[in-house]
Write a protein that binds this ligand. Structure first.
Ligand code: COA
Length: 340
């Protein structure tokens, strides 16, 4: 019997306690709860109150995923962190995880930078490593500290994003939980969402200060995503893998905009009970949004396991990817929430 199939054994998530409501944003610029909610579906988002809090929540989310997987932290043999807006560039987020979890072995740890596609890209990498027999227990972490990189004077972008963390353990076993997966990118439209690194550090070159904040062409992003997601990502992956949409119980899309989620829902012909959305309370948590939405939905009883789910992420790069995964019983257990 095959023993190198990817099994999603545990997931975890954590969100900060500090809430920023739409009404709070009205103190920064001319906007309103009505404008933001009607265009995005967002009412509030969370932000890390400090780096210490961010790392403590990172530790908790990872411990939760490992515990849900029924493993010890020292069973993990690879850490991948998907983060494009990290708390710090060095040490990497994945190496921070190794330290925060007190992992005593010198296992490999690396970060990937694919913005809001982080979970699906990370899953694709884990899938390949598990199937090839290279690693047995992979901890995939998603973490974006969006509030650190957003231009809080820009009402077109700062309304959208929030902070959060997700974690998943993918283990080698004899059941397949990644039924389909595909990732893609188109760097030619990279300027739709960009973040320049500040110039002016080296005294021998250009000293023009450049703000290091997220810059987004909202309308272009919206059109790009609306044009590619339903037909070229989700329907393509279902078709290539002979999976019928009606045989998949849930749609867990990257939480970027409620209007995008609704459009995909309509195209798939899904009723509301099949579509997981938490954007109203958390905004767009970038790489983490799919894992947070999944964990929350299992916790609240909106996803009943075992079940299959379409997952799909998209964002800066532009990068995107989709998969059909199996959410097994016990992948998220309430009793393991925020284990210290
Ligand atoms: N409050 C009030 N008015 C606002 C506003 C705000 N927060 N943000 C923009 N406006 C104004 C603009 O100034 C503009 O006014 P003008 O015509 O007088 O200049 C008008 O609203 C329309 O601006 P526009 O940027 O065209 O808005 P939009 O309808 O495209 O909505 C987004 C903006 C960001 C909600 C929308 O483009 C979007 O959701 N894009 C996708 C972004 C996304 O998902 N990114 C993440 C991908 S991972």
């Amino acid at each position: 019997m095959a023993n190198n199939l990817p099994m999603i054994m545990g997931i975890g998530y954590a969100v900060p306690s500090k809430v920023v409501t739409n009404n709070d944003l009205t103190s920064l610029y001319d906007t309103s709860d009505e404008w933001i909610y009607s265009r995005t579906g967002i009412k509030e988002r969370r932000v890390f109150a400090s780096d210490d809090e961010a790392f403590e929540l990172l530790r908790q989310a990872c411990n939760q995923a490992v515990k849900n997987a029924g493993l010890d932290v020292n069973d993990i043999d690879l850490i991948i962190a998907a983060t494009s807006m990290p708390v710090q560039l060095m040490p990497s987020t994945s190496c921070m995880v190794q330290k925060l979890l007190n992992i005593s072995r010198n296992i490999p740890a690396f970060d990937i930078s694919v913005a809001c596609s982080g979970f699906v890209y990370g899953l694709d990498i884990a899938n390949a490593y598990i199937r090839s027999g290279v690693y047995k227990n992979i901890l995939l972490v998603t973490m974006d500290n969006c509030s650190r990189y957003i231009d809080w004077t820009d009402r077109r972008t700062s309304i959208l994003f929030g902070d959060g963390i997700g974690a998943a353990v993918i283990s080698a076993g004899n059941e397949n939980d990644i039924l389909a997966i595909d990732i893609k990118a188109d760097g030619h439209v990279g300027d739709y969402i960009k973040m320049p690194v500040e110039k002016g550090n080296c005294p021998f070159v250009d000293k023009t200060p450049t703000p290091q904040v997220l810059d987004m062409k909202g309308q272009e992003v919206y059109k790009f995503v609306a044009n590619i997601i339903p037909p070229y990502i989700i329907e393509d992956i279902l078709g290539k893998n002979n999976i019928k949409a009606e045989n998949v119980e849930y749609l867990i899309l990257h939480q970027a905009n409620q209007r995008i989620i609704k459009a995909v829902q309509e195209r798939l012909g899904y009723d509301d009970s099949k579509v997981i959305s938490n954007i109203e309370n958390l905004g767009n948590t970038s790489a983490s949004s799919i894992l947070i939405a999944t964990g929350e939905a299992i916790k609240n009883g909106n996803v009943k396991t075992p079940a299959k789910a379409i997952v799909c992420g998209f964002g800066a790069g532009m990068c995107w990817g989709a998969g059909v995964i199996r959410l097994r019983d016990g992948v998220f257990r309430k009793e393991n929430i925020f284990q210290k």
